[in-house]
Design a binder for this molecule. Structure first.
Ligand SMILES: [Zn+2]
Length: 119
């Protein structure tokens, strides 16, 4: 997969190969102007600033807010991931039975619990 730009904006292009026929097909997804501007901005950023916390998801491009180890989100089986408060709350809301523990920021777990809809 790669991004290509043309006069209308950005296109995400993916090539796939049929295992039986060997035929290669090209599929694409076009972004609107706001999406194109956002992609250009993200692609021009150095890798360090584009790095995000362990709780962020690939499909959600929102940047981290605050320290990337503000909280530790633990699943019901105690599998943990460090995260900023924003992504920590999203992860906690998505995982049944999970809980937050403050790590580098005092009081972060309380805010994450509230943001995730638990108290
Ligand atoms: Zn984050």
């Amino acid at each position: 997969m790669n991004f290509q730009f043309d006069r209308l904006g950005a296109v995400l292009v993916a090539y796939s190969r049929d295992a039986q026929t060997g035929e290669v097909t090209r599929s694409w997804l076009r972004f609107d102007q706001a999406g194109t501007a956002y992609l250009r901005q993200r692609l021009e950023q150095p890798a360090e600033t584009a790095e995000r916390c362990q709780c962020s998801r690939a499909l959600d491009p929102t940047p981290c807010e605050g320290p990337q180890d503000a909280v530790l989100i633990l699943s019901a089986t105690n599998t943990g991931a460090y995260g900023c408060e924003t992504h920590g709350a999203l992860r906690m809301a998505a995982i049944e039975g999970s809980r937050a523990v403050s790590h580098s920021v005092a009081g972060a777990a309380i805010r994450v619990h509230q943001a995730a809809g638990r108290s």
